[in-house]
Design a protein around this ligand. Structure first.
Ligand code: NFS
Ligand code: SF4
Length: 638
């Protein structure tokens, strides 16, 4: 399954990206795959997690086959690996938590009437208020939403030893009790992130097991101060997604329109770009274009796909190639997952790269701040710059591969339960649970995460999910994984007929027709961005509650087949803490410590019921995931 970076088909299975890789080569432009070649061979110490740079006596590295066995301070392989892992998980948790914090500040300012945003997700408020114990009687939506923002901010200001409220209000009681016994309930998320940095500094925590527990705690910060807080608040501000039809892959770009890509993670940016693209389309026409096309890459793309059906240009490894079409007038980025390389690629074309966040700037990009108070002014400036830039296109450099597929998104938990309620209005989950109990559906898999240059783009997502669907496993997806599957028709009703096994197809058809879609549901339900992995957590939690069993006993598995980011690692740790077996194709850099590797893939199962399952072959991974599902079914007496 490894990536042969020499050939287009070794780099990616996406025909549009293959096509553009050829164009890049012809035009002498390096992409991530070329840079990967130049990195080879990658450092063996780094791959195993055996390098420590935590103090200036280092760098120290451990020889797995001999001496030295410790760093200068005496830290051994287990300690160095455990420390590095905690820093990496904390990097992921910090990213998600900071993202969620921005959304909370926006909610606060918006409900104080200080921003050009308006409340679109009133339907989300009662549930969130109820779990937080906020009294809504006689209050306006904005007032309750403001209290919700202040409650979230109180978690960030919590100086007591009490656990963070968003977690205790959200996670299943059985888990809160377990995590309490393990002593890993996070208090103030900022304090825990600080403490993780402190504990991993030179001369502090020397216990690998204690550091592994801290990693679990950091995973919980990600799950509740990052993912859940992010989704809850974003749904209140921008609306709860409902099923929506769109298209995916480079063919969504239109050579006759101004093309703007939104890339990154913050819907407060991408929503405003989408809003102003509509409002300023007459200006684009005055400039000679037929209109404005906004298309997404990575999770910013997912956010506006979920709520507005904005089409998708590609996922993580497609980002440079979108620019290489020569047809992108502006790429607007906010935070996370945009490669610093994009400005260098853009320099070969007319494309403007526009950064919008103070912490995420690029030399050679235009920086146009989008902050809560000035978002409209910023977005207008961005749109007008894109329209100006459109006039500078070089027609001889434009090539848009025609590939695109129909894709459906918008499957929030509310939307899924809503569709099921058309079959059974009293107990909406019953039809789904009955299908699992009688074996029509064997179980469920949440497939998430990124592309990674070490794996041929999209191939692991596609091959794994093909096999699982054929075996009647229900699949939900987020992030760049959902985007990979979107490009090959897995998110379309037609995809159900192509890929789903007989039992699964029957259920998808019954629910899809009852819900008025006129055909089956797509075989893979797109639940949103990576932050929206919270939605998968909620769905799994609801199934467990309905069956009155802990999550760890469900025939449910998580998988991140092409993970690259620290965020994917911290989400994985959260999933394992929830009790899920979590498949990954590439191990994080922990193999240098037999102890840490053993705990993550075996020992942890006795503690949380979840574990990491590392398998780099998609066929074997499908078999391993299916075997786990069958074992869990047996445990439930099914
Ligand atoms: Ni998730 Fe979304 Fe994609 Fe990976 Fe990056 S965009 S937050 S980290 S690469 S799935
Ligand atoms: Fe070396 Fe210890 Fe310093 Fe790490 S903390 S660089 S192992 S001396």
């Amino acid at each position: 399954m490894a990536c042969n970076t020499g050939t287009e088909s070794g780099r990616t299975m996406d025909p549009a990206v293959q096509d553009l890789c050829k164009k890049a080569a012809a035009e002498g432009i390096d992409t991530a795959w070329d840079r990967y070649e130049k990195q080879k061979p990658q450092c063996g110490f780094g791959e195993l997690g055996l390098c420590c740079r935590n103090c200036l006596q280092g760098p120290c590295r451990i020889n797995p086959f001999g001496e030295p066995k410790t760093g200068i301070c005496g830290a051994d392989a287990d300690l160095i690996v455990a420390r590095n892992l905690l820093r990496s998980v904390t990097g992921g948790s910090a990213s998600h938590t900071d993202h969620a914090y921005s959304a909370v500040q926006l909610l606060r300012l918006m409900t104080e009437g200080k921003t050009p945003y308006s409340l679109k997700g009133a339907g989300k408020i009662p549930g969130v208020a109820a779990k937080l114990g906020i009294n809504t009687a006689g209050k306006k939506d904005e007032e309750v939403a403001h209290e919700i923002a202040l409650t979230a901010l109180a978690d960030f200001g919590n100086y007591s030893e009490a656990p963070m409220k968003w977690l205790t209000a959200t996670a299943p009681a059985e888990r809160v009790e377990l995590w309490g016994k393990l002593g890993i309930l996070p208090r103030n998320p900022d304090r825990e992130i600080r403490q993780a940095m402190h504990g991993t500094a030179m001369g502090v925590d020397g216990s690998p097991m204690n550091l592994l527990l801290a990693s679990l705690k950091s995973g919980l910060i990600d799950g509740y101060a990052g993912l859940h807080l992010g989704t809850d608040v974003q749904d209140i501000i921008f609306g709860i997604p409902t099923p929506v039809k769109t298209e995916a892959n480079m063919g969504v770009l239109d050579k006759n329109t101004v093309n703007i890509i939104v890339h990154g993670h913050m819907p407060e940016v991408s929503e405003k770009v989408v809003e102003w693209a509509e409002k300023l389309s007459s200006e684009a026409k005055a400039a000679g274009a037929e209109g404005i096309t906004v298309a997404g890459i990575c999770c910013s793309g997912n956010e506006v796909l979920m709520r507005h059906g904005v089409p998708l240009a590609g996922n993580f490894l497609s980002q440079e190639l979108a620019i290489i079409t020569g047809a992108v007038d502006a790429m607007v980025v906010d935070v996370q997952c945009f490669m610093p390389a994009i400005t260098k690629v853009a320099a070969c074309y007319h494309t403007k790269i526009i950064t919008t966040q103070a912490i995420a700037q690029l030399p050679d990009a235009e920086h146009i701040p989008i902050e809560p108070e000035n978002a409209d002014a910023g977005a207008q400036k961005i749109l007008r710059l894109a329209i100006e830039t459109y006039k500078k296109r070089n027609p001889s450099k434009i090539h848009i591969p025609p590939h695109k597929s129909e894709a459906w998104g918008g499957f929030s938990v509310e939307a899924i339960v809503g569709a099921l309620a058309k079959v059974d209005p009293v107990q909406p989950l019953k039809p789904l649970v009955d299908s699992i109990v009688n074996g029509t559906i064997k179980g469920a898999v949440g497939v998430v995460g990124c592309n990674n240059v070490k794996i041929t783009q999209d191939v692991f997502h596609v091959e794994l999910i093909k096999e699982l669907l054929a075996q009647d496993v229900l699949v939900v997806a987020t992030g760049c994984s959902a985007q990979a599957l979107a490009k090959y028709g897995f998110l379309s009703p037609q995809g159900a007929k192509t890929y789903a096994g007989k039992g699964l197809l029957a259920v998808l058809t019954a629910v899809g027709e009852a819900a008025g879609l006129g055909g089956p549901l797509p075989p893979v339900l797109h639940m949103g961005s990576c932050v929206d992995n919270s939605r998968i957590g909620d769905l799994v939690g609801a199934l467990a509650a309905y069956l009155k069993v802990p999550i760890k006993d469900l025939p449910v598995v998580a998988s991140a087949p092409e993970l690259q980011h620290e965020k994917a690692v911290s989400i994985g740790v959260w999933a394992v803490a929830l009790g899920l077996m979590t498949h990954i194709s590439l191990p994080p850099p922990v193999l240098g410590s037999p102890l840490v590797s053993q705990v993550l893939t075996e020992g942890i199962e006795g503690i949380t019921g979840g574990k990491f399952y590392v398998e780099g072959d998609s066929h074997k991974a499908a078999a391993g995931i299916l075997a786990h599902i069958m074992q869990k079914r047996k445990g439930l007496g099914l």
